[in-house]
Design a protein around this ligand. Structure first.
Ligand code: SF4
Length: 90
C-alpha cells in the first residue's frame, strides 16, 4: 500500500513556537487531529525541517492536499536542512 505523507495532508499545519525571547521562534508542525503523540501520551510537535519524514502507514484522518508528486520532491528541496531560529523583527 502507498505510504501517507503527512506533509500532503490538510491536517498537518505549521506553527510558530516561541522560545525564551518573545520575538524569536522556531517552526514546528502539528497534526490537528492529534495523531502524533509521545509515549507519555502528550501531543508531539515535530521540527519543520523533518516534515517530509512524517509518514504514516495509514491514517483515517488523511485529507489529501493535492497531487503528491512533485509536491513532496519540491518540498524536500525547499525545507531548511536543520532547525532554524526566526525573528519577527526585520
Ligand atoms: S491526520 Fe493523519 S495523515 Fe494527516 S497529518 Fe495527521 S497523522 Fe498525518
Amino acid at each position: 500500500m502507498e505510504k501517507i505523507f503527512c506533509a500532503n495532508c490538510a491536517n498537518c499545519i505549521l506553527i510558530r513556537q516561541y522560545e525564551s525571547e518573545p520575538e524569536r521562534y522556531v517552526l514546528r508542525v502539528k497534526c490537528t487531529k492529534k495523531q502524533w503523540v509521545k509515549r507519555s501520551g502528550e501531543e508531539k510537535f515535530y521540527k519543520y525541517f523533518t516534515v517530509a519524514r512524517r509518514i504514516m502507514d495509514e491514517c483515517e484522518y488523511y485529507e489529501e492536499n493535492g497531487e503528491l508528486f512533485p509536491y513532496i520532491k519540491n518540498l524536500r528541496k525547499e525545507l531548511p536542512i536543520k532547525d532554524e531560529i526566526y525573528s519577527t523583527k526585520g
